[in-house]
Design a protein around this ligand. Sequence first.
Ligand code: IPE
Ligand code: IPE
Ligand code: MG
Length: 237
Amino acid sequence: MNFKNMPNHLAIIMDGNGRWAKKRGLDRIHGHIEGIKSLKTIIKAVMEYKIKYLTVYAFSSENWQRPESEVDSLMTLLDEYIRIELSYLIENKIRLGFIGNIVKIPEKSKKALLDAADRTKDFDSLFLTLALSYGSKEEILNAVSKTAEDLKQGKIASADINDNLFSSYLYTSGMPDPDMLIRTSGERRISNFMLYQIAYTEIYFTKTLWPDFRKKDLIRALQDYEKRIRRFGKTDI
Ligand code: IPE
Ligand code: IPE
Ligand code: MG
């Protein structure tokens, strides 16, 4: 498959796991387990298409409000996913990173995450970022407060505050903004994901539930992206 333009940074809101399970009369966790299979397939396809950055929304700051049993199962799945996939990440020279308020993540899963991030830190064939305990409003407020602190200490001057400097205080510091954002499951909202970073991102909504989202669905999304004309406020001629 050849595409005329490809996103350099693809972000995905992986939504619809619970509905996938419900449709089959299964417990929601089975939707999350199946969703991991989609993630693995999409990582492979993204590598094949040489997309450099893949950022996936796995758990939001609001998702902590779900029933304790679902939160516990998701944290256990996270831990298992990282342990099982670490050798694949290393073999394929994938750098694993994360964005979000991970202090809230239970110790065991956090340790697995930090360990995997450390062991893959020198790789650059794909920058895979998990958004975990992530909330964009929280990220922006946190960046504002760090900026204010640095101003107070005289490390920066108010005239220095621009997009570049402010971006360096966000969790996504050093990463380019997403070129394309896919949200599965039919919901047409952003749900507190990368609000600052998606100012000029091409957004693609699909009704496909995340556990059903496989390579053919990614191809369809990329074919749609190929046709978009990105103007960034300018004229295209
Ligand atoms: C997305 O699927 C995964 C997480 C938010 C952790 P959901 O669990 O939100 O599934 P639906 O939206 O209820 O179907
Ligand atoms: C967004 O999905 C978060 C993730 C996919 C991790 P939600 O299912 O939490 O979003 P809402 O509640 O439908 O907006
Ligand atoms: Mg959902």
